[in-house]
Structure formats: C-alpha cells, structure tokens
Design a protein. Sequence first.
Length: 146
Amino acid sequence: MNPIIRNILAIIAGIVIGSLVNMSLIAVSGSIIPPPDGADVTTTEGLKASMHLFQPKHFIFPFLAHALGTFAGAFIAALIAANHKIKLALGIGIFFLAGGIASVFMLPSPTWYTIVDLVGAYIPMAYIAGRLATKRNKFAHQENLA
C-alpha cells in the first residue's frame, strides 16, 4: 500500500479509536462515580451551571478519558503508519489537545484540573504510545527474522 495512503488511514483510525475510547469512558463515568446531587450532566448548560458542585473525584474519569483516548488513538496510528510513527502519534495528541483546549473554553473547570489535563493527558500520552508502538513493531520484526 502507498505509504501516504497508509499514513492517512493511520490518522483516521487513530482519531476514530481515540474518540471511541474517550466517549466510552465518559459514558460509564457516571455509573462509577455518580455526579453530585443536583447536577445536570446531560447538557452543556447543565454542566456549566453545576460545575461548582463537582469535587476532585468527579474529574478522574474526564482525565482518564482524555489520557486513555489519546493514548489508544496514538498507539493505533503509530501501529498502522508506514513511517513517521512518532510524528503521527504526536499528531493525534495535538488533535486531541485541540479538543481539550476547546473544552476548557466551553466548560469552566478548576484551574488545577485544566493544567493537569492539558499538560498531562495529551502530548505525553501520545508520545508514550508512539514509543511503545515503535518498540512493539521492532520486536515483532525481530521475531519474524528469527
């Protein structure tokens, strides 16, 4: 397959898989850590109005969703990519970071969470995923040679 097409497919797959992981974790978060009493988490307006009720525990799953979604997407992109695997993984991280920045403007959150989320959930996770995927590919290639 043409490397450019393969890399484009890697990016698309990374975004789709990362988004699915992110949305899945957000979907189950309320059943594991229930929202505060009186919080309407079904709409953006409800979240904005009730954000002051949230405790630190309520930010665990959003952070995990962002970090693990980015990790999964970057890992898949790096696995599929024909070349420039780390760069494509970091590209996925930048894509999700842009979403995180947009989220900060749409939904007010505590400053501590905003910093932890934007600094720790996107680029570092994409880099780690890219590194793991390239090491996995090298190991698999060595096994095939043996």
